[in-house]
Write a protein that binds this ligand. Structure first.
Ligand code: ADP
Ligand code: MG
Length: 655
């Protein structure tokens, strides 16, 4: 068996470099990582043994054992879980195709100082052992296998894998040869307190064994071993009484199950009893997971049946738009021995899902309300005691997760109103977020619709010419800048009896709304005797380039704007679909002109003069291109645009 050292994958090398060279202050997290892995390994085997009991080899009790050997300077952590064979060792401990570390790498900036801080935030799984050890030997025997494999590394040059002597117990043991400055981790009380702090929630017993002084001579009792002692609670956290669980325990449990290191934004812990009995412990993160938009991502809720881990892959347990939620659901009703596929489509999971969704959305609504309460009146901060520590505001949460939650508006008809109840939007009122209730409350007398405009960014939307009439009348307009808005708007249509109406489609008439401004008057209805003639001339000049030309009711300052036909799709949705190759071409646009604008007034004069036909054509094309630019649509012939533009600029400068 060759014992040649093979190098780590390049990224692993980089991580190790950071781990080893950073003087990380919470080095004790290495133990949390190892215990977490050991617990996962036990969960996996317990699940597999449901269908293959022989894998247990008669040993059905699971445990994690920490052994301290002061004389050797070695800390060992062993589990009797699933174990790893040669391939697993190379794959799992030599590459980074795994959650925790991949996330870390994603966040790495290249700036060493910054990156060292990240180690603290993310944890780097198994590799954190090299913060405290300069030699690590993993010995593992996979359940059901005879072969024992050894993986060894100094965390620098690479790792070697070799075959070990047969006869080792099932599972994995990891021996850390502690660095000179890490000997504190041989102290019994230190280990006890670390385990209590980070790993008390682990559902398997964690045993501590302290190897005593060597006694010379006497072969029989060379070491005087103390009896192993259990140092964690060892019961599933979610099955304990809520009042007996501390914030810290909840937090550590979240970090363990979600592979996350942020402060949870919201937590739900409940037990349902009745036709179905189950316990749920769910967490909503406060920091956006790096893969939130990865199509492969689904929620992180693990399914247990009577405390036995079944699967972290029952996709149907939560809808896609709640894919940032993690935690545990433990059912009393399901059969232990059913396949994931059967579970996935069974009625029990469907019924549990319904309740989970409702509870989660209600909790978010509560969060939104308590945010408002805090803003409005500092004294009304409602039952804060139930919330997990310091975390972000609902607005900040929404900024990161709102776009995902809005997917629920078209995917989950049943809960649409729940989501709309706390959804936040930008508006022309000010820079703040608003909810729909706030918008509706501020509606003008005579206004019975919710006006919006959608585009690429809120900043550019604020300058849209299509807003001018609304602004002049003091009508508030919602600004939608998430691509997902294009999908739910047509589905949802209205809220609280008020239709959502786009200001960039069709002919929107705000004249029935009682504007508060003195001179809200229709500036656009002005100055030109025969608008019909001007419109006809521009139409003639532009030909097929536009679907129609008409006098605008929405412009007060800008000369022109583009809008979609009332029967057509919203312009932005069209552009979005075209970008994603779902549409061959954009539909025809309607060019709206501002009859009150000086330029249009002069053009009206030109329209009366036969000899100025050419000039009118040129100006019409310039106006259309200008409207396209404002709208963010491509100019089909930029060369022609630039020639025309330069000619008029030259004239203006010469004059
Ligand atoms: P993560 O836990 O985020 O996947 P780690 O670096 O902690 O990343 O662990 C890497 C992988 O190594 C695990 O996903 C698991 O497959 C394997 N592994 C680590 N420790 C053990 C163990 N004690 N028993 C079995 N497999 C393990
Ligand atoms: Mg891990």
């Amino acid at each position: 068996m060759s014992e040649t050292v093979q190098p780590f994958e390049a990224e692993v090398g980089r991580i190790l470099d950071l781990v080893i060279h950073s003087l990380y202050k919470d080095r004790d997290i290495f133990l949390r990582e190892l215990v977490s892995n050991a617990s996962d390994a036990c969960d996996k085997l317990r699940y597999q043994s449901l269908s293959q009991p022989e894998l247990l080899e008669g040993e059905s009790g699971f445990a994690i054992t920490i052994r301290l050997d002061e004389a050797q300077g070695v800390l060992e952590i062993a589990d009797n879980g699933i174990g790893m064979d040669r391939g697993d060792l190379v794959e799992n401990l030599g590459t980074i195709a795994r959650s925790g570390t991949a996330r870390f790498l994603d966040a790495i900036t290249g700036d060493n100082g910054q990156d060292m801080k990240l180690i603290g935030q993310f944890g780097v799984g198994f590799y954190s052992v090299f913060m405290v050890a300069d030699k690590v030997i993993v010995r593992s025997r996979k359940a059901g296998d005879e072969n024992v494999w050894l993986w060894a590394s100094d965390g620098k040059s690479g790792f070697s894998v070799s075959e070990g002597e047969t006869g080792a117990p099932r599972g994995t043991s990891i021996r850390l040869h502690l660095k000179e400055d890490a000997k504190e981790f041989l102290e019994e009380h230190r280990i006890r307190s670390i385990v209590r702090h980070y790993s008390d929630h682990i559902a398997f017993p964690i045993m501590l064994e302290v190897k005593g002084e060597e006694k010379a001579g006497d072969e029989e009792s060379r070491t005087d071993q103390k009896a192993p002692e259990q140092i964690n609670d060892g019961s599933a956290l979610w099955a304990r009484n809520r009042s007996e669980i501390t914030e810290e325990q909840y937090r550590e449990f979240y970090h363990h199950t979600a592979h996350a290191f942020d402060e949870p934004f919201a937590r739900l812990h409940f037990t349902a009893e009745g036709t179905l009995s189950y316990t749920g412990l769910l967490f909503v993160p406060s920091q956006k997971p790096f893969d939130l938009y990865d199509p492969k991502r689904h929620h992180g809720v693990k399914l247990y049946v009577r405390r036995v881990f079944i699967s972290d892959d029952v996709e149907t347990l939560l809808p896609r738009y709640l894919r940032f939620v993690s935690g545990v659901v433990d059912s009393e009703d399901l059969q232990l021995n059913v396949s994931r596929e059967t579970l996935q489509h069974g009625s029990v999971v469907a019924r549990i899902r319904k309740v989970l969704v409702k509870r989660l959305l209600d909790e978010l609504a509560k969060k939104a309300r308590s945010d408002e309460a805090i803003e409005g009146d500092a004294a009304v901060a409602e039952d804060k005691a139930d919330d997990a520590g310091e975390t972000v505001s609902f607005e900040n949460f929404w900024a990161d997760f709102g776009a995902v939650l809005k997917e629920g508006l078209y995917e989950d008809r049943e809960n649409r109103e729940r989501i709309l109840g706390f959804a936040l939007f930008r508006s022309t009122r000010d820079q703040d977020w608003t909810d729909l209730a706030g918008y509706i409350e501020r509606m003008k007398p005579g206004q019975d619709r919710i006006y919006y405009i959608s585009g690429e960014t809120v900043a550019s939307l604020r300058n849209s010419p299509q807003l001018e009439q609304a602004r002049a009348r003091g009508v508030e307009v919602l600004l939608f800048d998430d691509p997902v808005d294009e999908f739910w708007l047509p589905e949802v249509g209205e809220h609280d009896g008020k239709a959502f109406v786009s200001l960039t489609r069709g002919d929107v008439d705000l004249s029935g709304i009682d504007g508060s401004d003195e001179d809200d008057g229709d500036k656009s209805e002005s100055g030109i005797d025969d608008t019909g003639k001007l419109v006809a001339r521009i139409k003639l000049a532009l030909g097929d380039a536009v679907k129609d030309v008409r006098v605008s009711r929405r412009l007060t300052d800008s000369a022109v704007c583009l809008v979609a036909d009332s029967a057509g799709m919203d312009m932005r949705l069209e552009r979005f679909l075209k970008q994603h190759n779902q549409l061959d071409s954009l539909g025809g646009r309607v060019l709206e002109i501002n009859a009150g604008h000086d330029l249009l007034k002069r053009m009206a004069v030109l329209a009366d003069d036969e000899s100025k036909g050419m000039e009118l054509d040129e100006l019409s094309h310039l106006l259309l291109d200008q409207a396209r630019i404002i709208e963010g649509e491509p100019i089909p012939d930029p060369g022609a645009f630039s020639r025309r533009m330069s000619r008029y600029l030259a004239q203006a400068v010469a004059a």
